[in-house]
Write a protein that binds this ligand. Structure first.
Ligand code: ABU
Length: 375
């Protein structure tokens, strides 16, 4: 089967790598208030297209990743061109432009033989599935066992968002850290695919700024009848959670790379402890948050956004030597590529990819479990 991927670490055979072509600055909208790092408060975030130079720099690093993957015998596919400068207008909202196709992981996910398009959480990303549609059709036409699921699109109207979220001071965020209420309400199905991490029969899904409880319920009702178990997970000290792959990164059966500043809620951690998984903290990134690229909206923890080529081989950002040393000690073959010019497009190596085929089958890595299905 061409489409076959059950977890984040099995030997990789085919993958999609994003592209910075046509990228635009993300507009300010209810689900997103982008800011320039280290600029005085109130400095407006740029609008319109990214500069050709910034796009070339990112594309060069994406091409480096493609070359590395191909040198390991992995088939690499790319998104189609898309007019990210086109405004989006629906009956419920309007945005002046869209974003980019650098991070397919945010919108597309393969769960076994099922390709799922996430509903997404931000207006500027409403049509971000489109650069991948030709590929989806190709996979779907090639094999009748491939299924294709598009999650229901939320309205993204003003009521879907909790705008005051953006103005809460740190003390308020700390006070609310166990309520897991962020900038989206619970009324509609909302999730980004990058809040999901796959562990064979089990998937974890992070409640975040980009995924709500209704989205997780939708995932449970879709996946449980197909034999999966879906576990919501929470990281109470992450006040701006968005996408789980800079927080909790499985590397091989029994081993997860964890973020020392974002511990997993003890209640959720039981699943891993009861099944003898080892949680290993990543070292501090080599950059502080204030040293990340000016227009990058992600945290310094892009350092741990690694891409596994197999349970023994991991691709890591070239400058993250402390993490490379840790992975080496954990017996991984560590490959490196420069990737920092990609950061301002929202991700690093895991975010910028979407795996289509990894060898292997669905396995149960959590035999000691008390799971109550929804249905
Ligand atoms: N897109 C991943 C960003 C996660 C983070 O900023 O930590």
């Amino acid at each position: 089967m061409i489409v076959n991927s059950w977890n984040e670490w099995d030997p990789l055979r085919e993958i999609v790598v994003g592209s910075a072509d046509g990228a635009h600055f993300e507009p300010t909208e209810p689900g997103n208030r982008p800011t320039i790092r280290n600029a005085p408060v109130g400095t407006p975030f740029p609008t319109g297209p990214k500069s050709p130079e910034a796009i070339d720099r990112a594309n060069e690093e994406l091409a480096g990743l493609v070359a590395l993957l191909e040198s390991r015998g992995i088939t690499v596919r790319r998104p189609d061109p898309h007019d990210f400068g086109a405004p989006v207008r629906t009956p419920d909202f309007e945005v002046p432009n869209q974003y980019c196709a650098v991070c397919p992981r945010d919108v597309m996910i393969t769960v076994g033989h099922d390709i799922i398009e996430a509903p997404m959480s931000r207006r500027a990303r409403y049509f971000e599935y489109r650069p991948y549609r030709r590929l989806v059709y190709e996979y779907w036409n090639a094999d009748p066992r491939v299924t294709w699921t598009t999650a229901p699109k939320p309205s993204m109207d003003d009521d879907m968002y909790r705008q005051e979220f953006w103005d809460w001071p740190v003390e308020e965020r700390h006070r609310r850290m166990h309520s897991f209420e962020f900038c989206i309400t619970q009324d509609e199905v909302v999730f980004d695919a990058a809040d999901i991490s796959r562990f064979g029969r089990d998937l974890i899904v992070q409640e975040s700024m980009t995924t709500n409880r209704t989205g997780i319920t939708w995932l449970k009702r879709h996946l449980e009848p197909r034999g999966f178990r879906v576990h919501p997970v929470h990281f109470p000290l992450d006040y701006f959670p968005s996408h789980v792959d800079c927080t909790f990164v499985p590397l091989r059966p029994g081993l997860v790379l964890t973020n020392p500043e974002r511990p997993l809620l003890e209640r959720d951690a039981r699943l891993f402890h009861d099944n003898d998984w080892e949680l290993v903290d990543a070292p501090q990134p080599t950059t502080g948050n204030d040293e990340m690229p000016d227009f990058c909206q992600s945290s310094k923890w892009l350092s741990m956004n690694v891409l596994s080529l197999s349970p023994t081989t991991v691709v890591c950002e070239e400058q993250e030597k402390p993490l490379q040393d840790l992975l080496d000690k954990l017996d991984f073959e560590v490959l490196t590529v420069p990737f920092r010019n990609v950061f301002e497009y929202g991700g690093s190596l895991h975010c910028a990819t979407w795996d289509i085929h990894r060898e292997g089958v669905r396995e149960d890595y959590f035999p000691n479990i008390a799971y109550r299905p929804l249905v």
